[in-house]
Design a protein around this ligand. Structure first.
Ligand code: GLP
Length: 233
C-alpha cells in the first residue's frame, strides 16, 4: 500500500503541476520510506529533476513547536522526507509553530498556498474522530487555514510522539482548512488499521457533515482512497 502511494507521489513529482500537499502521522511513515527508496532507484537525471522541482506544503503544525522539537511536524518532515530524499528544506514548507502570532501565521500560510496556485495532489491521513489535517469536528467545507484548539481524542491519538502523555500534546495547532484541501486538484486519502474501519466507512457514506470533516471529501471530483484490508473492515 505504501508502495502504491509512493508511486503516485513520485509520478506527480515527475510531472509537477502545482505543489504537493503532505501529511504526517504513523500512516505516512512507510510512504515516505518507500518514496526515498524509489527516488534512489530512479535514473540519476530524473532523480535530480524531482529534487530540483520539489515543492510541497504540509497540512499542519503544533502551535509552540519548531524544527528543534523532535515531536514537531517540521522535525518529522526533516527526518522522514528532507534528509532521506536529499531535498532543499526551503521547498518543504510547513506552518511556523513558533510564530509569535499563530493566527497571523495561519493567514500567511494560507496565502502562501494560494500564491503558489493551490495544491495539486493532496495526501491525507484520517483522524479517529474524522479529522483531516487538524480540521477537528465541527468543520464546514469552507473553513480556511486557521489556528484552532485540538480535541481531547486527537491529543490522545497523537500522544505517542509526546512520551505517551496526552497532557504533553500542544493544545493548539495551525492547519490548512477544508477549503484548501477541497480545492486541491486531486486528493489521496490513505487509511490503515482496523481502528479506523468504522470512521472510514462513515466518512464515505454519511451525508457530508461538519461533524465528520472527512465526509466533505465525498464532494471532491478526484478523490482516491487507498486503504488496507483492516481499514476496509
Ligand atoms: C494527525 C495529523 C493528521 C493525520 C492524522 C492521522 O493528527 N494532523 O494529518 O493524518 O492525525 O494520524 P496517524 O496516521 O498517526 O493515524
Amino acid at each position: 500500500m505504501a508502495e502504491r502511494v509512493a508511486a503516485l507521489l513520485l509520478a506527480d513529482r515527475l510531472r509537477p503541476d502545482r505543489p504537493l500537499g503532505l501529511a504526517t502521522g504513523r500512516t505516512m511513515e512507510p510512504v515516505y520510506a518507500a518514496l526515498a527508496r524509489r527516488l534512489k532507484r530512479l535514473e540519476p537525471a530524473l532523480a535530480t529533476t524531482v529534487r530540483a522541482g520539489w515543492s510541497s506544503f504540509n497540512l499542519d503544525e503544533y502551535v509552540g513547536l519548531g524544527p528543534q522539537d523532535p515531536a514537531s511536524f517540521a522535525a518529522t518532515m526533516a527526518h522522514q522526507l528532507v534528509e532521506p530524499l536529499g531535498l532543499d528544506p526551503e521547498q518543504v514548507r510547513l506552518p511556523d509553530g513558533r510564530a509569535d502570532d499563530p493566527d497571523a501565521e495561519a493567514m500567511r500560510y494560507g496565502a502562501a498556498v494560494a500564491a503558489a496556485g493551490g495544491i495539486g495532489l493532496q495526501l491525507l491521513g484520517l483522524g479517529l474522530n474524522g479529522h483531516v489535517g487538524f480540521n477537528e469536528p465541527p468543520a464546514g467545507a469552507t473553513v480556511a487555514c486557521r489556528c484552532l484548539a485540538l480535541s481531547a481524542p486527537t491529543r490522545r491519538q497523537n500522544a505517542g510522539a509526546f512520551g505517551g502523555d496526552p497532557g504533553a500534546v500542544p493544545r493548539r495547532a495551525i492547519t490548512l482548512g477544508m477549503a484548501e484541501i477541497l480545492a486541491a486538484r486531486r486528493v489521496l486519502l490513505v487509511v490503515t488499521g482496523s481502528a479506523k474501519a468504522a470512521i472510514l466507512r462513515r466518512a464515505l457514506r454519511v451525508p457530508p457533515t461538519p461533524e465528520l470533516p472527512a465526509s466533505w471529501l465525498q464532494h471532491h471530483p478526484a478523490l482516491t482512497v487507498i486503504a488496507d484490508a483492516e481499514a476496509m473492515g
